[in-house]
Design a protein around this ligand. Structure first.
Ligand code: BJW
Ligand code: ZN
Length: 302
């Protein structure tokens, strides 16, 4: 049967769902000015740039890869959540859950939001809606499964740090996307972001060891974050809402099939047709910054 595009039928399915999970991809942040990966205006316009997304490439040429990520990081730092982020964030509000999701097994828990985006916009969208205590609960129901570009990991001591500071090292000062596209700068590895920052005093202490940092994003061949929690949730999910992903990258691309196999429903929100959406129960084509608030009926809250 072809997927339904009836908002009322979707809201009825939502209202009768006991456990809801949301899976988001790059399309969620497109209206915030963060380019998607694939497609004509995607970050990966050429096949070659796919090579950025592996640990091997980073090990071979950390300077080139860091310069690429410095520019994306700057974009993310300046971006603001859009209406689609706010519509999803509004589901963390008890009053909205009581209205849209009255059948949840645990009404105190917001639906699990799994985002493949590393831009930090979904966490940012939570803040205007919630008290600090509710924000803590909502944050615990958010998995940035492909990591965060606002975090760094030290390759030596493994210390992880969340920071909005920019540039992360003096060598990136004034570096632009145009400069990087034209070949970038020659930056020796010692001048790239280091554990302990520019003030490093020669100590080898955890978080101040002088080791090379890398962006805390998940590259191909690495294990995505939160897989244990995600696997447990998907056992029981009766409605998966899939927003703005091409559904080409695993394991996230297989979540819809997992839910369907276990008898749950799937609703896809995407600008255009995406992998496997013919098997969805609901399909809402169009920009999710418009379709999500309108179909969920959260327009006034977002
Ligand atoms: C809009 C819109 C608007 C636009 N409104 N919509 C099984 C089969 C085959 C291969 C594999 C497999 N399992 C694992 C693999 C290998 C690999 C993989 O999937 N390869 C494929 C290419 C085939 N996967 C991995 O290596 C993963 N690790 C892994 O599997 O570990 C093993 C393991 C798993 C589980 C448990 C234990 C062990 C890691 C994957 C890491 C992905 N990392 C990246 C790069 C991050 C850093 C970087 O380089 O910059 O993450 S890849 C890239 O793609 C990024 C994204 O998060 C990810 C998904 O992309 P997304 O979000 O779908 O974006 P797009 O651009 O593809 O699509 C945008 C969509 O939005 C489009 O559909 C538009 O239409 C839509 N859109 N505007 C609504 N306004
Ligand atoms: Zn370190």
């Amino acid at each position: 049967m072809a997927p339904s595009s009836d908002p009322q039928a979707f809201r009825e399915a939502l209202a009768s769902s006991k456990r809801v999970v949301i899976l988001a991809g790059a399309g969620l942040s497109a209206a915030s000015g963060i380019p998607t990966f694939r497609g004509t205006n995607g970050l990966w316009k050429t096949k070659d740039s796919k090579l950025f997304a592996t640990p091997e490439e980073f090990n071979q040429d950390p300077s080139r890869i860091w310069q690429f990520y410095h520019c994306i990081r700057d974009r993310c730092l300046h971006a603001k959540p859009n209406a689609a982020h706010h519509a999803l964030a509004s589901l963390t509000l008890p009053s909205i859950r009581a209205r849209l999701l009255p059948s949840l097994t645990d009404p105190t828990k917001p639906p699990l939001l799994i985002t493949q985006n590393f831009d930090g916009l979904s966490p940012l969208a939570l803040s205007p809606h919630l008290t600090p205590a509710s924000q803590k609960l909502a944050s615990s129901r958010l998995v940035e499964t492909h990591g965060s570009i606002l975090k760094t990991v030290c390759l030596q001591c493994k210390h992880t740090k969340h920071t909005r500071e920019t540039p992360l090292c003096p060598a990136f000062a004034g570096l632009t996307e145009a400069e990087v596209e034209a070949g970038g700068r020659t930056i020796p590895v010692e001048e790239l972001p280091r554990c302990g920052g520019t003030e490093w005093d020669g100590s080898n202490r955890y978080g101040r060891c002088g080791g090379l940092l890398r962006p805390a994003v998940v590259w191909f061949g690495e294990v995505p974050e939160g897989m244990g929690e995600i696997a447990m949730e998907l056992n029981w999910t009766d409605l998966l809402i899939v927003v703005g992903t091409s559904s080409l990258v695993h394991p996230a691309a297989s979540f819809a099939k997992t839910v369907k196999t276990r008898g749950g429903k799937v609703a896809v929100f995407n600008l255009q047709r995406s992998e496997g959406d013919e098997n969805a129960d609901f399909l809402f084509l169009g920009p999710c910054e418009e379709t999500l608030p309108s179909v969920l009926g959260t327009t006034s809250e977002s």
